[in-house]
Design a protein around this ligand. Structure first.
Ligand SMILES: [Zn+2]
Length: 435
């Protein structure tokens, strides 16, 4: 019952006297006045209290402090009045993100993975799907603080890099769209090739031969009408892809040397491009300004809370990713290093896949380095993207020379190795590379 109604009841003579431990009232005009003052004051105090609590929370948020019990992976640090990474749990959170980022996990298998690390529910069973999802979408690991439904910049150590977090969200999103999941594991090469005659996708089927052995084959889906193409067996297809990958493969001996060289260059490269850093800083500032504008639009009632929260979340995550990029740039990590390293690793992986049958990885690599993969007349073809054409065209230069750009480089007998059937051998004398 609020004060106004009490005063009204007294006015109507429904209440004739009130007694409180510190205050009493008789129904006289003075008494009524005193009553109004008393209610007014208590309302003032309780309003003030709520206001103080709100102000306290706002101050904590402004300082980036975590507001209540630390989430899994962190512990409350009473000295800093914030949260800090828990010595073992933080590592587990990172492992969970790393694992899920591989793209091979379901909530169930990730739950089993975590259970093996001792992370279980209260009754000892693996974590439920909802808990797993909460874990791998928790923005606290990015260093954000939650208040109500809203996230703020925190002032504690993040556990997960923005890149890893976004990679995990991407997989999560793809998983939540329940489509074409079933065939994936059965037919590694579906969705890769088009028919060279009619342009339809190549699809896959199981079949059993007269000896009762099951095998997989691929054929034109003929969705675009008449087509005279027949089928091709999976193992034939795999063999052809391996032969093609071999033309761009370099054995570990070369790739490891190249990777070492890249690392060297990376270290030498001390000063990152200043203009780039400036540009990025400007982009970040603009993005922060947009966020501020969004907040004032929300406060003015121009956007709904739902839109505001969604936009704010997107904006905060994007800004964080930009800041991370800036950090990379500032620490002198240049943009050419990663693509170069990736190119070397791809040629290394091609070499591996020539020797080891892994059809899913083969498909992924073909998708990555090849363009326009087609099957026609029982043979698979794809064009190479430029960096790999470069390897294919110059690979023969390596067949008799050592992996070195330095003319003085030579190999001892023990270093001479034979790199598989690729024919890259570092035998005989070492001749300098042709420049
Ligand atoms: Zn066709």
């Amino acid at each position: 019952m609020d004060g106004g109604r009490v005063v009204y009841a007294v006015d109507q003579k429904k209440i004739v006297s009130l007694r409180f431990p510190t205050f009493w009232f008789e129904p006289t005009p003075q008494g009524l006045f005193m009553l109004q003052v008393a209610f007014g004051q208590s309302k003032y105090y309780s309003d003030n209290l709520a206001e103080n609590i709100k102000r306290g929370i706002r101050q904590k948020l402004r300082r980036g402090e975590w507001l209540n019990l630390a989430p899994f992976g962190y512990m409350n640090d009473p000295v800093k009045r914030n949260i800090a990474p828990h010595p073992t749990e933080a590592r587990i959170v990172q492992l969970a993100f790393d694992e899920y980022a591989k793209g091979t996990h379901t909530f169930l298998s990730l739950g089993a993975f975590l259970a093996e690390l001792g992370v279980v529910s209260r009754n000892g069973t693996p974590l439920a799907k909802a808990s797993i999802k909460r874990l791998i979408t928790n923005r606290a690991y990015l260093g954000f603080v939650k208040h109500g439904k809203e996230w703020f910049d925190g002032n504690f150590e993040p556990l997960i890099s923005p890149a890893l977090f976004e990679a995990v969200q991407k997989i999560l999103l793809a998983r939540e769209r329940p489509r074409k999941r079933k065939m994936k594991h059965d037919f590694p090469f579906t969705g890769l090739f088009r028919c060279g005659e009619c342009g339809s996708m190549i699809s896959a089927q199981w079949t059993t031969n007269r000896h009762g052995t099951k095998y997989r084959y691929y054929r034109c889906s003929k969705k675009r009408g008449r087509c005279s193409q027949s089928y091709i067996q999976e193992k034939t297809l795999a063999k052809q892809l391996r032969a093609r990958l071999q033309t761009i493969s370099l054995c570990d001996h070369y790739t490891d040397w190249m990777l070492g060289k890249v690392k060297e260059w990376e270290h030498e490269e001390v000063s990152a491009s200043h203009s780039e850093i400036q540009n990025l800083s400007a982009t970040i500032k603009a993005s922060e300004a947009r966020l501020e504008k969004l907040v004032s639009m929300y406060l003015d009632g121009d956007v709904t809370k739902e839109i505001y929260l969604r936009k704010k979340d997107e904006s905060m995550r994007a800004t964080l990713a930009l800041r991370e990029k800036l950090k990379d740039l500032e620490s002198g990590r240049n943009q050419w290093v990663e693509p170069l390293r990736e190119w070397i690793l791809d040629t290394k992986q091609a070499d591996f896949l020539v020797e080891h049958e892994d059809l899913h990885q083969t498909k992924r690599l073909v998708q990555k380095i090849g363009t326009n993969p087609i099957v026609r007349d029982k043979s698979a073809r794809f064009s190479l993207s430029t960096p790999f054409r470069f390897v294919a065209e110059r690979r023969h230069l390596l067949s008799s020379s050592a992996p070195s750009a330095h003319r003085s480089f030579s190999l001892s007998d023990s270093e001479v190795s034979i790199c598989g059937e690729a024919g890259i051998r570092t035998l005989e004398g070492v001749s300098p590379l042709t420049h």
